[in-house]
Write a protein that binds this ligand. Structure first.
Ligand code: AKG
Length: 191
């Protein structure tokens, strides 16, 4: 079972970077306000909206919130071409997967409304890494993090969070955080 796997820190996953407190709250609100209200129904699971360029203006502005090295080295200074908006009500998730090869290297995921835990796994080596995606954060993956590791969001109503941020892997003190409705915007380029 997954409990016998080795928990590794995010820094040990090549090509994975996490940026907390990355989006200004007013941009988060403007983006939520241009999306159809029906997306945010709390009685439906797994609501998705696929958008291609040109994006609505506040979503286009997410290109300004990419780490400069990611933009220059991975996307060669080109903007995102495809975006997917996904709503997660408590209990929703996404199965372990790698992104499709139709998408280029370099995936950026922005989180809105509520925190959620994304799990990265490398099954061949039984390695796993929990990454807490906070509201307003960005996570980017390229290279091994995008092509070798799987990522998932467990289907459950909350997440166990380490109480101390120091030495998370070794700490056994955890607290259960119930989830609220969360949505994500994944920005990608097409091969
Ligand atoms: C995907 O769209 O492939 C994802 O993994 C999205 C994950 C998320 O919603 O944070």
């Amino acid at each position: 079972s997954v409990s016998s796997w080795t928990q590794v820190p995010i820094e040990s996953i090549s090509g994975l970077s996490y940026y907390p407190n990355w989006l200004p709250p007013d941009l988060q609100n403007q983006i939520a306000n241009v999306l159809p209200e029906s997306l945010f129904s709390d009685t439906n699971s797994g609501r998705q909206l696929h958008l291609y360029v040109p994006f609505p203006e506040p979503i286009q502005r997410l290109n300004k919130y990419l780490p400069s090295e990611f933009l220059s080295d991975i996307w060669r200074d080109q903007p995102a071409e495809a975006s997917i908006i996904q709503v997660y009500n408590p209990g929703d998730g996404i199965i372990p997967h790698k992104d499709l090869d139709m998408f280029a290297d370099g995936v950026a995921i922005y989180s809105f409304f509520s925190d959620i835990t994304m799990v990265f796994t490398l099954p061949s080596q039984k390695l796993k890494c929990d990454v807490r995606l906070q509201k307003g954060s960005l996570v980017v993956m390229h290279g091994p993090a995008r092509y070798q590791w799987l990522h998932e969001i467990p289907f459950r109503g909350g997440d166990w969070i380490p109480l101390s941020s120091q030495d998370e892997a070794a700490s056994s003190k955890q607290t259960w955080m119930p989830r609220n409705q969360r949505f994500s915007i994944t920005m990608r380029r097409i091969v």
